[in-house]
Design a protein around this ligand. Structure first.
Ligand SMILES: Cc1cc2nc3c(=O)[nH]c(=O)nc-3n(C[C@H](O)[C@H](O)[C@H](O)COP(=O)(O)O)c2cc1C
Length: 241
């Protein structure tokens, strides 16, 4: 009888152990799904709380906006470090005038046109004629064509840009008339020119000699079609504005 009881107990223990092992096996099933479409998720979940945010709007992750600095002025000081600027130019056929306007617009400078008392006609500008007015003037280094009008209060300017067309590799004689009409001592002068193809060269040498008390910066030649960006790239590189 004892043996029978022991056998029945042993059988019951074996059966209950087998049942537990089966349950554990089902809970630990780590086999991937058979369809294989679920790749492991490596990206952060989409933030569905920000659906109403405007695209590109920065989110305030700290919850509090940064406090703006108190002493930042709303408008920058406009006065350039080089002081007040004048762009003075002579232009017989308007090429140099276009550059001068871009320069004065970009710098916020005053603009002054050097106007000949006797305007240049087409015949005067005929460089193919050795007897034309321009040919005669450029043959004579002492020629000083008269200017109509004058710059008001030249003293107020610290920097003067001086623009002209190249005539026979030089600044027209009327530019010498202009330079000799004022005292540029202590001012900063910068020449610029337009030409058919000639470079700037030494076209401002007579002007430099006539205003040797000024500080002369390197001049520049532009083509007639130079853009405002071309002009301002040069002007901004001069270190005066
Ligand atoms: C009398 C005269 C001489 C000139 N000499 C030259 C020259 O030596 N080299 C050059 O490249 N262009 C020369 N040119 C062309 C002018 O420099 C060019 O057309 C300039 O852009 C004209 O400027 P403006 O329209 O402001 O007068 C000359 C033009 C004239 C009328």
């Amino acid at each position: 009888m004892k043996k029978l009881t022991a056998f029945i107990l042993a059988t019951m223990i074996v059966l209950s152990l087998a049942a537990c092992g089966n349950e554990a096996n089902m809970a630990g099933n780590t086999e991937p799904p058979q369809n294989g479409t679920e790749a492991p998720r490596t990206e952060a979940p989409a933030d569905t709380n920000n659906e109403n945010d405007a695209p590109g709007e920065p989110t305030d992750s700290a919850g509090e906006p940064d406090t703006p600095p108190e002493d930042v002025p709303s408008e920058p000081e406009q006065e350039p470090t080089g002081g007040k600027i004048l762009v003075a130019y002579f232009s017989a056929t308007n090429n140099t005038e276009g550059i001068a306007q871009k320069l004065s617009d970009g710098l916020g400078a005053d603009l002054y046109e050097i106007t000949p008392a006797e305007p240049y006609t087409d015949a005067d500008l005929n460089y193919g004629d050795s007897k034309s007015r321009t040919s005669v003037e450029m043959d004579d280094p002492s020629a000083r064509p008269e200017i109509s009008g004058a710059v008001e209060n030249m003293e107020q300017y610290d920097v003067v840009f001086i623009g002209y067309p190249i005539w026979w590799g030089e600044a027209p004689r009327i530019m010498s008339t202009f330079i000799e009409s004022y005292d540029f001592s202590g001012k900063t002068l910068v020449a610029f020119c337009t030409s058919g193809s000639s470079g700037f060269g030494s076209s401002d040498s007579a002007l430099r000699a006539a205003a040797s008390g000024a500080t002369w910066l390197d001049g520049h030649r532009f083509s007639a079609g130079a853009s405002a960006d071309d002009v301002m790239d040069w002007a901004n590189g001069l270190g005066i504005s």
